[in-house]
Design a protein around this ligand. Structure first.
Ligand SMILES: CC(C)(COP(=O)(O)OP(=O)(O)OC[C@H]1O[C@@H](n2cnc3c(N)ncnc32)[C@H](O)[C@@H]1OP(=O)(O)O)[C@@H](O)C(=O)NCCC(=O)NCCS
Length: 148
């Protein structure tokens, strides 16, 4: 399995736009059209990438790199989704590892994320990969930190 993170280009934009999560998972992640609009609006601090496995676009990841972050969390995982038909094959884990590599290249020592708790949600995925809840909440989302 060869997984890479690719820049969003005119060539892969349509594929990223069309990716969808499974039934019941929409409440846990924004749609890709919304995320792509956010990536544009916040382009100074957003790092959006297509997740490509063996040449196929299977998901989307977006990190934040913002030294002036209001909450003192410069490195954040804003978005991660794997299309329903490609879940459970290790792509989410591989994409996160590549995101972590990018953070390390930028001298990060910690990466933050947050998620909505609930059945069918990603909590177990993030805990399994080493994120630890900080005890803080961002609206209805539990904040967690991964030490790098
Ligand atoms: C969460 C998500 C990104 C995981 O991606 P994935 O490619 O299916 O996950 P992987 O195959 O890489 O799984 C890695 C490990 O996490 C586990 N895992 C995956 N999803 C899980 C979940 N929802 N709950 C608990 N464990 C989970 C896998 O069993 C695997 O564990 P193992 O190594 O012990 O076998 C994907 O299911 C998804 O896009 N969900 C909908 C959108 C979402 O909730 N995104 C997060 C927003 S904050």
């Amino acid at each position: 399995m060869a997984v890479e993170l690719a820049e969003i280009t005119a060539d892969n934009l349509g594929e990223v736009y069309d990716l969808a999560v499974g039934p019941g998972q929409n409440e846990f992640v924004a749609s890709n059209p919304w995320s792509l609009a956010q990536a544009y609006a916040e382009r100074k601090i957003a790092w959006p990438r297509a997740i490509v496995a063996d040449g196929t676009v299977v998901g989307f990841i977006m990190l934040q790199f913002d030294p002036d972050d209001d909450d003192g969390r410069p490195y954040q995982l804003w978005r991660l989704m794997i299309a329903a038909e490609h879940q459970g094959k290790g792509y989410g884990r591989a994409a996160l590892a590549l995101g972590v590599e990018e953070c390390r290249r930028r001298n990060a020592t910690e990466l933050f994320t947050s998620w909505v708790p609930g059945d069918g949600g990603p909590e177990g995925f993030y805990l399994g990969l080493g994120f630890e809840p900080t005890g803080e909440w961002d609206d209805d989302e539990k904040v967690a930190r991964l030490a790098l």
